[in-house]
Design a protein around this ligand. Sequence first.
Ligand code: ARG
Length: 457
Amino acid sequence: MSKKAWGGRFQEDSISWVEEFNASIHFDKVLIEEDINGSIAHANMLAAQNIITEEENSLIKDGLMSILDDYNNNKLVFSVSEEDIHMNVEAKLIEKIGAAGGKLHTARSRNDQVATDMHLYVKKEVKTVIESIELLQQTIIELAENHIGVIMPGYTHLQRAQPILFSHHILTYFWMLERDKSRFNDALKRIDVSPLGAGAISGTTFNIDRFQTKDELGFSGIYHNSMDAVSDRDYIVETLANISLSMVHLSRLSEELIFWTTDEANFVTLSDAFTTGSSMMPQKKNPDMAELIRGKSGRTAGHLMSMLMLLKGLPLTYNKDMQEDKEGLFDSLTTIKGSLKIMNGMLETLTINEEVLEEAVTEDFSNATELADYLVAKGIPFRDSHEIVGKLVLSCINKGIYLKDLPLPEFKAASNVIEEDIYSILSPQVVVNRRISYGSTGTESVKQQLEVAKNHM
Ligand code: ARG
């Protein structure tokens, strides 16, 4: 059994399966770069404040760099009995440089160390997530721009409602992602804060300079209360919440893709690369990637709940419960990055079945509101026109035809204000393009919307 860094007051040996339960090295080893950068900044500050010598500082820095080198060359062997990344690195450092390595932890605790590592790591990862969101937004803009004339059925209650431009529909997701991006950016304000120098709970008696380490590590802000610094995990909750909501957005888009690719709809076709076959049914082409994103959105929401429950009722300051903040977060980050990338690939390679969509919007009743509005324009109160059109729809359904197929005399029998021009009014192109209000689905409005969207990029 190796000697523990904290072994002084202990008399009995530790038990390996207890150590196993206590350890976090299996998952917190991904923090190695942040841990080493944090330590280098801390050592530089200790030297600048004459708490360690320049010689000790350079020994420490060289030692830490060579540990990182070993890690990158797969030469570093972690040990469970050293528990976590912080103590593994420190033990290696002492092994490499001797006594000077033991000075690195002066005026520092693992409590502010782990918080520093996590702030640095979450900041780096959230920036990557924001970049992936932007890539997807760009793909959506291109998709909308390249298919500006394509009309499709718009749904409410998953029942045909009114015809809309495909571009209008897909741009909805641009705006959801835009809000996601702004939430992640906003959270960065609270992520980008330095806890280093808070010590275990109360600060330190050494004359440290917390602002120097804050600046060297590139943090924008600093915790003003050492207890808050080591016990705050709000930024992790926020990040998990932001990921969960983005995943919910992606799950909605996934669901639409799944519906659009059914034989029943056949509105779009996914490229082979983003689908899979069935082991039994040779005809199948399944939208597995979209289904997986939909499914994974449950997992990220679960991690958010776990984190909230972890913190609920937790007294100040550091409690070992907090070690449980990592796996869910790491998994959520992997999940959102993977899902954004897959969604981007799916949309980039999507084929829109324009003829199917054209037929879909001519062979339905999604122009009924248009007929009602036509009657209103001729002076009939909307409630009466709604009733008239409802009856016409019913009689069409009974005959197995659509409004466009009704002969003029039957229109006139329902309301004598209806004229021959009704047939052009009922065409999906006219229905869509008569929508000119700001933010509506008319081609001109959508073109305007596209310009605004591009200005957000
Ligand atoms: N592995 C621990 C964690 O992830 C590091 C901090 C441990 N601090 C302590 N005093 N036990 O939270």
